[in-house]
Design a protein around this ligand. Structure first.
Ligand code: SF4
Length: 205
């Protein structure tokens, strides 16, 4: 079941996603600048973060993924749906066994993201050391990824400040939800999202 009566809602929503591509472009610039400072590269990383389970929480990111999904071929969608089903099953097994899931995101194809231009926020910011100013908890710092720990010279304390990025995404999300009268809480993996998009029926269902 889609979160919204797609695709009608998408057509409406795209108009309200206006500032989102610009925000994501700013995130990419800030990330790449700091990654270059640390000479951090993702290529051939044995601990690829596309194998990490992330949940996403905004309607804006969901709809942006959906708008990218529209450009995939029927075959690509079919492949992604098959992977999303397998991912969902693996996630259930891992949760039952209380194990940490390591599985490729269903959008990852041979190490490349099929919707790279539409990927959500955490896919753009994960990796470099970060911080943000929380209104109650004060400054909250996050470490970089495991690969960063292996680099020489070691990280020198420079961090990506996520505060403004979070604020801008929250503003976009508030406006979007108000326009679409959508108030349901979202906590979805990419696999969860894909399974709400139209695709071929599940042969096992
Ligand atoms: S959406 Fe793309 S970048 Fe993000 S985890 Fe999936 S494949 Fe990787």
């Amino acid at each position: 079941m889609p979160l919204l009566p797609l695709p009608d809602a998408l057509d409406t929503a795209v108009g309200h996603l206006g500032p989102l591509p610009g925000l994501f472009a700013d995130m990419d610039r800030a990330y790449h600048e700091l990654a270059a400072h640390y000479r951090l590269e993702c290529q051939d990383c044995p601990d690829n973060c596309c194998q990490t389970l992330f949940h996403h929480h905004t309607l804006a990111e969901y709809l942006y993924i959906y708008s990218g999904w529209q450009a995939l071929t029927a075959l690509q969608r079919e492949e992604c749906h098959a992977r999303a089903r397998a991912y969902g099953h693996a996630a259930q097994v891992a949760a039952t066994r209380r194990q940490r899931l390591r599985a490729w995101c269903p959008l990852n194809d041979g190490g490349r993201c099929r919707l790279y231009g539409h990927r959500p926020m955490i896919c753009r910011l994960h990796g470099v050391p970060s911080e943000f100013r929380h209104p109650v908890r004060g400054t909250v710092q996050g470490p970089g990824c495991h690969r960063l720990d292996t680099l020489a010279p070691a990280p020198d304390g420079r961090r990506l400040d996520r505060t403004l990025f979070y604020r801008r995404l929250v503003e976009i999300e508030h406006r979007l939800r108000a326009r679409l009268s959508h108030h349901t809480r979202i906590q979805m993996t990419i696999a969860d999202m894909l399974m709400t998009f139209q695709g071929p029926p599940d042969p096992a269902a």
